[in-house]
Design a binder for this molecule. Structure first.
Ligand code: NAD
Length: 254
């Protein structure tokens, strides 16, 4: 019997921020492809844990606030590796957004977003890359980027900086780690219906403007990012390095 190149049986994925939204859909998609999942969250991811367990996969619940810096990362990795033998896949999904005019933007709103979206993604990737190299694992790192890895956005300067930074880091990490059989790539979701975009969807005018510009004519659903993530996590993507894959209903093609 031949195995599908998309099969993730016997793999373990760490997914940050998987109690809701895109992270939840990604964690479930990876479990459907055969993975056990280590979920890194600030609060109990009850629904995600239940659904993954129902699929017959293991869910390991690790709690951490990713704005806490390197001590938090060292601790969460140690806790994870005390419960699973190895980790093969990392999805840096946790992220926050703050909205204000660039002219008024505060240092707090800058630091909070950069700390979670960019700094924690860099240092968690570094920690996992050390694990992959030490254990001789052909690891996969997937950052969840954004349309604002390519565009400027409006009233979200720290978010744009963090997501543009992630697209750059995707290439920088791929350049250094491809030789270790580590694939680093990113997914740039378009406009997806999650908590993160609730305010935009409630704004009738912005909602209509956004929908008019999306060739697919709809907001993305969290499940839309799961398949691309399974692909990038699988051996089907062994020769894909340093790319940021748009999953956007055609938004960037306009
Ligand atoms: P969400 O708010 O539903 O989920 C964000 C997740 O990150 C949650 O699980 C949250 O608990 C976690 N998180 C936030 N701060 C954290 C911290 N300090 N420590 C640990 N976990 C933390 O939003 P979402 O839309 O599902 O966003 C998921 C990712 O996708 C984010 O990186 C976001 O920037 C990105 N994204 C979303 C969209 C969209 O349209 N929804 C578009 C492009 C990119």
């Amino acid at each position: 019997m031949t195995t599908s190149p998309f099969d993730l049986s016997n793999k373990t994925a760490m997914v940050t921020g998987c109690n809701t939204g895109l992270g939840q859909a990604i964690a479930i998609g990876l479990a459907q492809a055969g993975c056990d999942v280590v979920g890194v969250n600030r609060s109990e991811p009850t629904q995600t844990a239940e659904q993954i367990t129902q699929l017959g996969r293991r869910f390991i619940d690790v709690r951490a606030d990713l704005s806490g810096g390197n001590d938090v990362i060292a601790q969460l990795l140690q806790e994870s590796l005390s419960q699973v033998r190895t980790i093969d896949i990392l999805v840096n999904n946790a992220g926050i957004i703050r909205r204000d005019n660039a002219i008024d933007f505060t240092e707090q709103d800058w630091d909070d977003v950069i700390d979670v979206n960019l700094k924690s993604a860099f240092f968690l990737s570094q920690a996992l890359a050390k694990h992959f190299i030490a254990e001789n694992i052909a690891g996969k790192i997937i950052h969840i980027a954004s349309m604002l890895s390519f565009q400027g956005g409006i009233r979200v300067p720290s978010y744009t900086a963090s997501k543009s930074g992630l697209a750059g880091l995707t290439k920088a990490m791929a350049n250094e780690w491809a030789a270790h059989n580590i694939n680093v790539n990113a997914i740039a979701p378009g406009y997806m219906a999650t908590n993160n975009t609730e305010a935009l969807r409630q704004d009738e005018q912005r909602n209509a403007e956004i929908l008019n510009r999306i060739p697919a004519g709809r907001w993305g659903s969290p499940a839309d990012v799961a398949g691309p993530c399974v692909f990038l996590a699988s051996s089907a993507a062994d020769y894909v390095n340093g790319t940021t894959l748009a999953v956007d209903g055609g938004w960037l093609a306009r």
